[in-house]
Write a protein that binds this ligand. Sequence first.
Ligand code: GCW
Length: 669
Amino acid sequence: QAEDGSKLWLRFGQAKASPIRFTGINADKTLFAVKEFQKAWKEIYGKELSINNSGKQTLIIGTSRSKALLPFALSKNLEQLGNEGFIIKTFDLRGKQQTVITAKSEAGLLYGVYHLLRLIQTNELPDNLDIIENPSYAVRILNHWDNLDGSIERGYAGHSIWKWEDMPKKISPRYTEYARANASIGINGSVLDNVNASPNILRNDYLEKVKILAGIFRPFHIKVYLSINFSAPSVIGGVPTADPLNPAVIKWWDNKVNEIYRLIPDFGGFLVKANSEGLPGPQDFGRTHADGANMLADALKPHGGIVMWRAFVYSPDNDDRAKQAYNEFVPLDGKFRDNVIVQVKNGPIDFQPREPFSPLFGGLKLTKIMPEFQITQEYLGQSNHMVYQAPLWKECLDSDTYCQGKGSTVARITDGTLYKRELSAIAGVANIGEDTNWCGHHFAQANWYAFGRLAWNHNLTSEQIAGEWLKMTFNKDSGFVRDAKNMMIASREAVVNYMMPLGLHHLFAWEHHYGPEPWCDFPNARPDWLPKYYHQANEDGLGFDRSSRGTNYVEQYCSPLREMFDKPETCPEKYLLWFHHVPWNYKMKDGKTLWDELCYLYDSGVKDVRTFEATWNNLKTYVDKERFEAVKAKLAIQEKDAIWWKDACLLYFQEFSKQPIPPYIEAPV
Ligand code: GCW
């Protein structure tokens, strides 16, 4: 077993798997799912499971069409299955115990096999299995922000794993490992290139390379998708314009899409960042986002492809940045083709440690909409801080928008259940690079894992997911799992507290977004790229007034949230400074003044990180030396950074509050 983290959670050889249960397997051994099962089984128990149907405990693997399933009463269960779902069920038949894994498709079968393997691997295989699962989302997709030159935008785990220069001659074994890891957690799509897309990805020589990856991913039921640059027809196609209503442009995209599908018949579709942060788009030609998205959607439609059109738009001349995506997209509601999904970041600004959910969730009613989460930790200490993100994502998914009455959660709006839609999707910006441990920080693997598990089943709790991951990745000891899990669960609130508590946001240093720089000032910079725009600190107080007395951003939420956010007294304190500019002596619910509360929270964030260090040190005997030391070293950096954040922010804000730092707070250095 590699102790360098390279095996991720797929450490089948790790001690204390479930005792051997099955005595034989009844299946078509050429099925990919069966091969995957045998491969893992061999790693766990030393040899493959014999293909026969004798023995006392047979495992039967086959799609619902397979003859081996005839003796079992499965029709009721099969009715509940979607295309990618699976059944795992134990029957007593003729004195033998037989366990069936079945699904309507080979994809479902593969997910069923991985599920059973997870139960074995975590030593949680019950005597009687009776499981039916269907995925929460139809498209469960990673977005790589990988550039064609091998660099990664906001990547903190080394260069890209895609070796464009080497392909098609040289194929890295990591492509297969990548596909297996993703399939094992239910991910079924991958956008290979950065949303800040190079037109070149659509050149034929690159498409030939994309085809190689698609071929490797295919048995794992992972489709490839590409980010496209809207001006590709003019940049690489020699068309004088990229106007989406121009017939030559339409024809160019039709031809390009046909070329792609000739090479990759199961190609997934396009992801598009347009008229955002300087990128080209339909508005350059006086057209709308819908015009642009629909033109691409029409080209993809005959092949079954989709368009994921990003709503990450904001421009410096408008009032409040938080309002802009909503203002641009809500008037277009209902104007998008049915194979378009608007892709929206969880919060209205940009992947901050905490934001309220984007009001586009609920705001768009007739348009399909999907969440975009950032697995890579651009604003969360990058690959140095241990921040387990499942609680952050759950906070968004579980938020009730109230837009169709109570219970209109972000999860139900996006998974298709509220509006009864078949096409649903969820995206995560990947944190994968060529580092040996894939993600830079051993605990960052947990975020990749958690994204996949939540995309599969958003009802799983953060605790359940952390528990599974810890058992598979490190150790199954219950004390270890309990303590390490508590640390993971606490890590999200800790980072909020030591970086930007109470709804503060974007206090980050210019461009790299790692450390604090609330004072940052560039005379010629766009105001909305500077922290001062967001924190609005002055002698009167702190925070951004987005209430009805301020920018009236609150109006984008449905009642009763709108009214609740509008008043400081009813606004949840975790969002206080997001929605309100309040005086330094404002009384918080616990009786402290705003200033004292701020000091207290920054300090408690630092203390939490110290607790994580102590916890980790106590767990030394449960973890191999290599990973123990690596995590320990990263936690030391995290502690140093947490102190840096606390001191920098408090000393800066103190210039305005003009109040002492309370004595019970560790004094700034
Ligand atoms: O999070 C911000 C990043 C940019 C990124 C952009 C986006 C890909 O700072 O690096 O560009 O958002 O999501 O488009």
